[in-house]
Design a protein around this ligand. Structure first.
Ligand code: G3P
Length: 220
């Protein structure tokens, strides 16, 4: 499963790239609002850090507006993927982008049917929001599982990107469900690295090593 970082923080993206686990990046207006500055410049910088897909979200809710914004983003770098929210206009824009050879990520997907339609319209990434479904007492992972199955059964040319990931267990579940991608906040990626037994084990190895060295030094 590919791992994308769900952030607009360049330092986080650089760190994940150094760890060798970064396959792409997703941004959205809320994540961008946390860092501010020029969205275009941030996107250009992110595209230098990773050659994987970098999602840039359109704000317009009319088709022509979405197309204008998306075409602009697509010129920033070849790995830009235009993120479009699921809606009637969103589907039309996705379909037009597909005709123009511009890749899209359909976001704010909360049902398998929405994902099916986005794939049919030509989106290359389908983003079900797991955490936000869990928030309303629905099982977000069911949506991921159903969508993965639908894409496979009907050989749709799209990948399921598990989004709105809130904890490491979501990542494991998305991987087991067959999601091709999960996009994670940096904090979740860090949580995946650490385990209390790993951390205490490293401390114990160091202590034992130091004791052994001290013993060797005392004997010589
Ligand atoms: O990728 C979508 C994600 O940013 C939404 O996450 O935690 O705001 O539901 P959240």
């Amino acid at each position: 499963m590919k791992i994308f970082l769900d952030t607009a923080e360049l330092d986080e993206i650089r760190q994940a790239a150094r760890w060798g686990v970064l396959d792409g990046v997703t941004t959205n207006p809320s994540l961008y609002a946390k860092v501010g500055g020029s969205y275009d410049e941030i996107l250009a910088e992110v595209c230098k850090i990773t050659s994987g897909p970098v999602s840039a979200e359109v704000i317009a809710d009319d088709v022509e507006g979405m197309l204008t914004e998306g075409r602009h983003f697509a010129k920033i770098a070849p790995n830009i993927v235009v993120k479009v929210a699921m809606s009637e206009n969103g589907l039309e824009a996705i379909s037009r982008f597909a005709d123009e050879g511009i890749k899209t990520n359909c976001t704010l997907i909360f049902s398998a049917n929405q994902g099916l339609l986005a794939a049919k319209a030509g989106a290359s990434l389908l983003s079900p929001f797991v955490g936000r479904l869990d928030d309303i007492n629905e099982d977000g992972m069911t949506c991921v599982r159903e969508l993965v199955e639908i894409v496979a059964i009907h050989e749709l040319d799209a990948e399921v990107l598990a989004a709105s990931i809130r904890h490491p267990l979501h990542v494991t579940q998305a991987a087991l469900a067959g999601a091709q991608v999960a996009t994670l906040p940096f904090k979740i990626l860090q949580m995946m690295i650490h385990h209390p037994l790993t951390d205490s084990g490293i401390v114990r190895f160091k202590e034992d090593w130091a004791k052994a060295r001290a013993g060797t030094a005392a004997k010589s």
